[in-house]
Design a protein around this ligand. Structure first.
Ligand SMILES: Nc1ncnc2c1ncn2[C@@H]1O[C@H](COP(=O)(O)OP(=O)(O)OP(=O)(O)O)[C@@H](O)[C@H]1O
Ligand SMILES: [Mg+2]
Length: 236
Protein backbone atom coordinates (compact mmCIF):
# COMPACT_ATOMS: atom_id res chain seq x y z
CA UNK A 1 0.00 0.00 0.00
CA UNK A 2 1.49 3.35 -0.94
CA UNK A 3 1.24 6.08 1.62
CA UNK A 4 -1.79 8.36 1.43
CA UNK A 5 0.32 11.26 0.24
CA UNK A 6 1.57 9.24 -2.69
CA UNK A 7 -1.93 8.21 -3.66
CA UNK A 8 -3.08 11.81 -3.56
CA UNK A 9 -0.15 12.91 -5.63
CA UNK A 10 -0.82 10.21 -8.21
CA UNK A 11 -4.44 11.27 -8.57
CA UNK A 12 -3.42 14.87 -8.81
CA UNK A 13 -0.66 14.32 -11.31
CA UNK A 14 -3.05 14.23 -14.28
CA UNK A 15 -3.72 17.91 -13.75
CA UNK A 16 -0.21 19.04 -13.01
CA UNK A 17 1.15 21.81 -15.22
CA UNK A 18 -2.35 23.05 -15.93
CA UNK A 19 -2.10 25.71 -13.23
CA UNK A 20 0.45 28.33 -12.33
CA UNK A 21 2.84 27.38 -9.50
CA UNK A 22 1.03 29.46 -6.91
CA UNK A 23 -2.34 27.81 -7.64
CA UNK A 24 -0.61 24.43 -7.76
CA UNK A 25 0.84 24.95 -4.29
CA UNK A 26 -2.55 26.03 -2.94
CA UNK A 27 -4.18 22.90 -4.35
CA UNK A 28 -1.52 20.76 -2.67
CA UNK A 29 -2.09 22.56 0.63
CA UNK A 30 -5.82 21.98 0.38
CA UNK A 31 -5.21 18.29 -0.30
CA UNK A 32 -2.86 18.06 2.68
CA UNK A 33 -5.48 19.80 4.82
CA UNK A 34 -7.95 17.12 3.77
CA UNK A 35 -10.46 19.23 1.86
CA UNK A 36 -10.00 17.22 -1.34
CA UNK A 37 -8.25 14.00 -2.34
CA UNK A 38 -7.60 15.23 -5.88
CA UNK A 39 -9.11 16.87 -8.91
CA UNK A 40 -11.27 14.74 -11.16
CA UNK A 41 -11.82 17.00 -14.14
CA UNK A 42 -13.00 20.37 -15.41
CA UNK A 43 -16.68 21.27 -15.30
CA UNK A 44 -16.74 24.81 -16.64
CA UNK A 45 -14.50 27.61 -17.82
CA UNK A 46 -15.87 31.05 -17.07
CA UNK A 47 -14.85 34.67 -17.33
CA UNK A 48 -12.84 34.79 -14.14
CA UNK A 49 -12.70 31.28 -12.89
CA UNK A 50 -12.44 27.62 -13.79
CA UNK A 51 -14.70 25.15 -12.05
CA UNK A 52 -13.48 21.61 -11.38
CA UNK A 53 -14.97 18.52 -9.86
CA UNK A 54 -12.83 17.08 -7.08
CA UNK A 55 -13.18 13.95 -5.01
CA UNK A 56 -13.14 13.66 -1.23
CA UNK A 57 -13.68 10.22 0.31
CA UNK A 58 -15.53 9.11 -2.80
CA UNK A 59 -17.84 12.13 -2.78
CA UNK A 60 -17.71 14.95 -5.29
CA UNK A 61 -16.74 18.49 -4.39
CA UNK A 62 -16.47 21.67 -6.43
CA UNK A 63 -13.20 23.55 -6.72
CA UNK A 64 -13.52 27.02 -8.20
CA UNK A 65 -10.20 28.50 -9.20
CA UNK A 66 -9.99 32.19 -9.96
CA UNK A 67 -7.44 32.73 -12.66
CA UNK A 68 -4.58 35.01 -11.68
CA UNK A 69 -3.65 36.02 -15.19
CA UNK A 70 -6.50 36.26 -17.65
CA UNK A 71 -9.03 38.27 -15.74
CA UNK A 72 -10.08 41.88 -15.81
CA UNK A 73 -9.07 42.85 -12.27
CA UNK A 74 -9.68 46.54 -12.96
CA UNK A 75 -13.31 45.76 -13.65
CA UNK A 76 -13.40 43.55 -10.54
CA UNK A 77 -11.92 46.38 -8.51
CA UNK A 78 -14.51 48.89 -9.74
CA UNK A 79 -17.19 46.40 -8.83
CA UNK A 80 -15.94 45.40 -5.37
CA UNK A 81 -14.87 48.81 -4.07
CA UNK A 82 -18.48 49.91 -3.48
CA UNK A 83 -18.91 46.93 -1.15
CA UNK A 84 -18.27 48.42 2.30
CA UNK A 85 -16.70 45.16 3.41
CA UNK A 86 -13.84 45.84 0.98
CA UNK A 87 -13.64 49.60 1.28
CA UNK A 88 -9.89 49.57 2.09
CA UNK A 89 -8.89 47.27 -0.75
CA UNK A 90 -6.12 48.58 -3.02
CA UNK A 91 -6.10 48.11 -6.78
CA UNK A 92 -3.42 45.41 -6.88
CA UNK A 93 -4.08 42.51 -9.23
CA UNK A 94 -3.56 39.63 -6.80
CA UNK A 95 -5.23 41.34 -3.84
CA UNK A 96 -8.29 42.14 -5.94
CA UNK A 97 -8.59 38.56 -7.18
CA UNK A 98 -8.15 37.14 -3.67
CA UNK A 99 -10.78 39.56 -2.35
CA UNK A 100 -13.10 38.58 -5.17
CA UNK A 101 -12.74 34.89 -4.31
CA UNK A 102 -13.01 35.58 -0.61
CA UNK A 103 -16.17 37.58 -1.16
CA UNK A 104 -17.79 34.62 -2.88
CA UNK A 105 -16.86 32.41 0.07
CA UNK A 106 -18.26 34.73 2.72
CA UNK A 107 -21.41 35.44 0.68
CA UNK A 108 -22.09 31.73 0.35
CA UNK A 109 -21.52 31.32 4.07
CA UNK A 110 -23.84 34.17 4.99
CA UNK A 111 -26.52 32.99 2.57
CA UNK A 112 -26.19 29.47 3.93
CA UNK A 113 -26.64 30.73 7.49
CA UNK A 114 -29.84 32.44 6.31
CA UNK A 115 -31.06 29.08 4.93
CA UNK A 116 -30.80 30.16 1.31
CA UNK A 117 -30.32 27.15 -0.97
CA UNK A 118 -26.63 27.54 -1.93
CA UNK A 119 -23.68 25.13 -2.07
CA UNK A 120 -22.05 24.89 1.36
CA UNK A 121 -18.66 26.59 1.17
CA UNK A 122 -15.90 24.52 2.78
CA UNK A 123 -12.85 26.70 2.56
CA UNK A 124 -11.06 29.45 0.67
CA UNK A 125 -7.31 29.69 0.12
CA UNK A 126 -6.32 32.80 -1.83
CA UNK A 127 -7.77 32.10 -5.31
CA UNK A 128 -9.10 28.60 -4.65
CA UNK A 129 -12.61 28.05 -3.30
CA UNK A 130 -13.94 24.66 -2.28
CA UNK A 131 -17.65 24.04 -1.95
CA UNK A 132 -20.36 21.43 -2.01
CA UNK A 133 -21.11 19.71 -5.32
CA UNK A 134 -24.73 20.21 -6.39
CA UNK A 135 -25.99 17.20 -8.31
CA UNK A 136 -25.80 13.42 -8.17
CA UNK A 137 -24.04 11.41 -10.89
CA UNK A 138 -23.65 14.60 -12.87
CA UNK A 139 -23.88 18.26 -11.88
CA UNK A 140 -27.35 19.78 -11.59
CA UNK A 141 -28.19 21.65 -14.80
CA UNK A 142 -28.40 25.40 -15.08
CA UNK A 143 -31.97 26.63 -14.90
CA UNK A 144 -31.73 28.11 -18.40
CA UNK A 145 -31.23 24.57 -19.76
CA UNK A 146 -33.67 22.83 -17.45
CA UNK A 147 -37.14 24.29 -17.60
CA UNK A 148 -38.95 23.39 -14.38
CA UNK A 149 -41.83 20.91 -14.55
CA UNK A 150 -43.90 23.46 -12.69
CA UNK A 151 -42.52 26.93 -13.51
CA UNK A 152 -44.85 28.79 -11.13
CA UNK A 153 -43.83 26.70 -8.11
CA UNK A 154 -40.17 27.07 -9.07
CA UNK A 155 -40.56 30.82 -9.54
CA UNK A 156 -42.06 31.15 -6.06
CA UNK A 157 -39.11 29.17 -4.66
CA UNK A 158 -36.65 31.51 -6.42
CA UNK A 159 -38.41 34.56 -4.99
CA UNK A 160 -38.34 32.99 -1.54
CA UNK A 161 -34.56 32.52 -1.79
CA UNK A 162 -34.16 36.14 -2.93
CA UNK A 163 -36.28 37.26 -0.01
CA UNK A 164 -34.18 35.31 2.46
CA UNK A 165 -31.05 36.86 1.00
CA UNK A 166 -32.52 40.34 1.21
CA UNK A 167 -33.48 39.75 4.83
CA UNK A 168 -29.89 38.70 5.49
CA UNK A 169 -28.74 41.98 3.92
CA UNK A 170 -27.53 40.53 0.63
CA UNK A 171 -28.31 41.05 -3.06
CA UNK A 172 -27.08 38.40 -5.48
CA UNK A 173 -26.22 40.84 -8.27
CA UNK A 174 -25.85 38.36 -11.13
CA UNK A 175 -28.98 36.28 -10.90
CA UNK A 176 -30.10 34.59 -14.11
CA UNK A 177 -30.79 31.19 -15.62
CA UNK A 178 -27.00 30.69 -15.66
CA UNK A 179 -26.46 31.12 -11.92
CA UNK A 180 -29.40 29.15 -10.62
CA UNK A 181 -29.17 25.37 -10.77
CA UNK A 182 -32.23 23.16 -11.05
CA UNK A 183 -31.59 20.47 -8.46
CA UNK A 184 -34.49 18.00 -8.51
CA UNK A 185 -36.97 20.81 -9.23
CA UNK A 186 -35.59 23.09 -6.53
CA UNK A 187 -33.41 26.17 -7.13
CA UNK A 188 -29.84 26.45 -5.88
CA UNK A 189 -28.17 29.85 -6.18
CA UNK A 190 -24.50 29.83 -7.23
CA UNK A 191 -21.79 32.23 -8.44
CA UNK A 192 -21.82 34.74 -5.59
CA UNK A 193 -18.58 36.64 -6.08
CA UNK A 194 -20.48 39.77 -7.11
CA UNK A 195 -23.05 39.42 -4.33
CA UNK A 196 -22.99 42.49 -2.13
CA UNK A 197 -24.56 43.97 0.97
CA UNK A 198 -27.52 46.36 1.05
CA UNK A 199 -25.25 49.25 2.09
CA UNK A 200 -23.69 49.15 -1.37
CA UNK A 201 -24.92 52.23 -3.30
CA UNK A 202 -25.49 49.89 -6.26
CA UNK A 203 -27.53 47.36 -4.29
CA UNK A 204 -30.88 48.76 -5.43
CA UNK A 205 -29.88 48.63 -9.08
CA UNK A 206 -28.53 45.07 -8.69
CA UNK A 207 -31.72 43.88 -7.04
CA UNK A 208 -33.88 45.45 -9.73
CA UNK A 209 -31.74 43.85 -12.41
CA UNK A 210 -31.95 40.45 -10.72
CA UNK A 211 -35.73 40.78 -10.50
CA UNK A 212 -35.89 41.84 -14.13
CA UNK A 213 -33.85 38.83 -15.30
CA UNK A 214 -35.83 36.35 -13.25
CA UNK A 215 -39.22 37.76 -14.25
CA UNK A 216 -38.20 37.74 -17.91
CA UNK A 217 -37.09 34.11 -17.74
CA UNK A 218 -40.24 32.90 -16.04
CA UNK A 219 -42.54 35.02 -18.19
CA UNK A 220 -41.07 33.11 -21.15
CA UNK A 221 -42.21 29.94 -19.36
CA UNK A 222 -45.75 31.24 -18.99
CA UNK A 223 -45.62 32.50 -15.41
CA UNK A 224 -47.33 35.78 -14.56
CA UNK A 225 -44.24 37.48 -13.18
CA UNK A 226 -44.68 41.19 -12.63
CA UNK A 227 -41.48 43.01 -11.70
CA UNK A 228 -42.97 45.60 -9.33
CA UNK A 229 -45.01 43.00 -7.44
CA UNK A 230 -42.02 40.67 -7.22
CA UNK A 231 -39.75 43.40 -5.93
CA UNK A 232 -42.28 44.29 -3.27
CA UNK A 233 -42.54 40.62 -2.26
CA UNK A 234 -38.78 40.35 -1.84
CA UNK A 235 -38.56 43.50 0.26
CA UNK A 236 -41.76 42.79 2.16
N1 LIG B 1 -21.49 23.89 -6.52
C1 LIG B 1 -21.71 23.53 -7.79
N2 LIG B 1 -22.29 22.33 -8.06
C2 LIG B 1 -22.50 21.97 -9.35
N3 LIG B 1 -22.17 22.71 -10.41
C3 LIG B 1 -21.59 23.90 -10.21
C4 LIG B 1 -21.34 24.38 -8.88
N4 LIG B 1 -20.74 25.58 -8.97
C5 LIG B 1 -20.65 25.86 -10.28
N5 LIG B 1 -21.15 24.86 -11.04
C6 LIG B 1 -21.20 24.83 -12.52
O1 LIG B 1 -20.12 25.58 -13.06
C7 LIG B 1 -20.61 26.69 -13.80
C8 LIG B 1 -19.73 27.90 -13.53
O2 LIG B 1 -19.78 28.25 -12.17
P1 LIG B 1 -19.99 29.73 -11.70
O3 LIG B 1 -21.26 30.26 -12.26
O4 LIG B 1 -19.81 29.78 -10.22
O5 LIG B 1 -18.74 30.46 -12.32
P2 LIG B 1 -18.63 31.38 -13.59
O6 LIG B 1 -19.94 31.73 -14.19
O7 LIG B 1 -17.59 30.78 -14.43
O8 LIG B 1 -18.07 32.60 -12.87
P3 LIG B 1 -17.70 33.95 -13.52
O9 LIG B 1 -18.86 34.33 -14.41
O10 LIG B 1 -17.59 34.80 -12.28
O11 LIG B 1 -16.44 33.70 -14.23
C9 LIG B 1 -22.04 26.88 -13.35
O12 LIG B 1 -22.81 27.44 -14.34
C10 LIG B 1 -22.47 25.47 -13.02
O13 LIG B 1 -22.92 24.80 -14.19
MG1 LIG C 1 -21.89 31.77 -13.52
Amino acid sequence: MPRMGTVQKEKYKTHHNVFDDFTDRNLYKLMNQGFIDGLQGPLSTGKEGNVFIAKKDGEKRIVKIYRLQTCDYNKMFTHIRTDMRYATLKNQRRDVIFAWAHREFRNLLKAREAFVRVPTPYTILFNVLIMEFIGDESAAPMLKDAKPDNPKTFFDEVILQMKKMYKAGLVHGDLSGFNILNQDEKPVFIDMSQTTTLENPNAKEFLERDVHNICKLFTKWGVKADEATTLKKIKG
